[in-house]
Design a protein around this ligand. Structure first.
Ligand code: UDP
Length: 343
C-alpha cells in the first residue's frame, strides 16, 4: 500500500456509476486499498460483466438504482466517487435526456448524500468542458469553447453544470469536494460497441475490417491507460485539493497515427477507410498536467503501445468468450441494498 492511499483503508465509499468502464476499475482499486465499496448503478451503459469478479469480496455491495432519480443511503459514508453518466459520444447522443438527468439531478443527489454524511465528494468531470478548445494544451484555467445547443451539449453542458453545482455545494454547504477532468481513457472493460475510437479501431483491426478514420484523421486525442487514470482519481480523493485537476495522458496523437499504430501492433492487414467527421468533433485535445503533477504527485506511466497491446489481448479473450454473459444465471449474486435507508 502506498502512503497516499492510506486514508482509503476502512473508508466507506459510494461509487455511482461503479458498473461502468472506469467505475469498475475505481471500485476494484478501492477494495484493494481496504475500502468498503457500495456501487450505485442503473446499468444503463454499465454492465455486470465489468464487476462480477468483485462479487463476494469483503466490503463489496451494489445497489441497482438510478442516481438521477435517487441514491439509496447505505448509512455512514466517508467518500462519494461520482461517475454515473453516459460518457461515450454514441451513448450520450442516443440518450440525451437521461444524460442530462444523470449529469444534473444525479450530481445533486450525490452531493446531497455527501453533505448528509460530511463525506468527501469527487466529481469525475471531463475534458469535454473545454469543448473544441481554442487554447492548447488545455489548462484548468481555460473556460472552454462549447456549442451549447449541439449534439454533444448534453454531455458537455451537463458536466459544466455538474462542476458548477459541485462548487456551489462547496461554497454554500461546505462540502469537501474534488473535481477531476478526465481526458480520453482506454483499456480492458470498455464496451466493445460504444463507438469510441480505441475499441472501434482494435475491433476492426482484429477482425480484418477497414479502420473507420473520421474526417482526414488529423484531429488529435491524448489517450490514458485506465489504471493510470484511476490512480489519479483516487489520489485526488485522498488529497486536500478541490481542483479542477486534469487527469489524462499528455501524449498526443492524430487519429490517423492511432489507426496506423493499431494496425501495426495487431499485425492487421486492415485498410483505412475515411468516414465523415461527427458534428462538433474537437480538433485537438491534450491536457496540461502541471496541476496533477504538482498537487497530486501523479502522472501517467503506461506507454500507448503497451496499453493498446494489453487492450487488444483483452479484446481477443473477450471475443473468444462470446456471447457475453448477462445478469441471468450467475453463480454469485450481488448484495443489493436497493431501498435501504438506514438513517
Ligand atoms: N473516431 C474515428 N473513428 C471511429 C471512432 C472515433 O476516427 O470509428 C474519432 C472521433 O471522430 C474523434 C476521436 O476518434 O475525433 C475520438 O473519438 P471518441 O468517440 O473515442 O471520443 P471523443 O474524444 O470524441 O469524446
Amino acid at each position: 500500500m502506498n502512503n497516499w492511499e492510506e486514508p482509503l483503508r476502512g473508508a466507506r465509499v459510494v461509487v455511482t456509476g461503479g458498473a461502468g468502464f472506469i467505475g469498475s476499475w475505481v471500485s476494484e482499486r478501492l477494495l484493494d486499498a481496504g475500502a468498503q465499496v457500495w456501487i450505485v448503478d442503473n446499468l444503463l451503459t454499465g454492465s455486470v460483466d465489468k464487476i462480477e469478479h468483485l462479487f463476494g469480496r469483503p466490503g463489496f455491495a451494489i445497489t441497482l438504482a438510478d442516481a438521477g432519480h435517487s441514491i439509496p443511503d447505505p448509512g455512514g459514508v466517508d467518500l462519494v466517487m461520482h461517475l454515473a453518466c453516459p460518457a461515450s459520444p454514441v451513448h450520450y447522443q442516443r440518450r440525451p435526456l437521461e444524460t442530462l438527468r444523470a449529469a444534473s439531478e444525479g450530481t445533486v443527489n450525490a452531493l446531497e448524500l455527501a453533505a448528509r454524511h460530511n463525506a468527501r465528494f469527487v466529481l469525475t468531470s471531463t475534458c469535454e468542458v473545454y469543448g473544441d478548445p481554442e487554447e492548447h494544451p488545455q489548462r484548468e484555467e481555460y473556460w472552454g469553447h462549447v456549442n451549447p445547443i449541439g449534439v454533444r451539449s448534453v454531455y458537455d453542458e451537463g458536466m459544466r453544470f455538474a462542476e458548477a453545482t459541485t462548487m456551489a455545494y462547496a461554497r454554500e454547504r461546505g462540502v469537501d469536494v474534488g473535481v477531476a477532468r478526465l481526458f480520453n481513457t482506454y483499456g480492458p472493460r470498455m464496451s466493445l460497441d460504444d463507438g469510441r475510437v480505441v475499441p472501434t479501431f482494435l475491433g476492426q483491426a482484429l477482425s480484418g475490417a477497414p479502420l473507420t478514420v473520421a474526417g482526414d484523421g488529423s484531429q488529435t486525442r491524448s489517450l490514458c491507460w485506465v489504471e493510470d487514470a484511476v490512480e489519479g482519481l483516487l489520489r485526488l480523493a485522498c488529497a486536500d485539493v478541490a481542483g479542477p485537476v486534469n487527469i489524462g495522458s499528455d501524449h498526443e496523437v492524430t487519429m490517423l497515427e492511432l489507426a496506423r499504430t493499431v494496425t501495426e501492433l495487431t499485425g492487421s492487414e486492415s485498410r483505412i477507410h475515411h468516414v465523415s467527421l461527427p458534428a462538433d468533433d474537437p480538433h485537438v485535445r491534450r491536457p496540461d498536467l502541471t496541476r496533477a503533477r504538482v498537487l497530486l504527485g501523479w502522472e501517467p506511466e503506461m506507454s500507448l503501445e503497451e496499453g493498446l497491446k494489453r487492450t487488444a489481448l483483452w479484446m481477443e479473450e473477450t471475443r473468444s468468450n462470446a456471447p457475453l454473459r448477462n445478469l441471468s444465471g450467475r453463480a454469485a449474486s450481488p448484495k443489493v441494498l436497493a431501498g435501504t435507508d438506514s438513517e
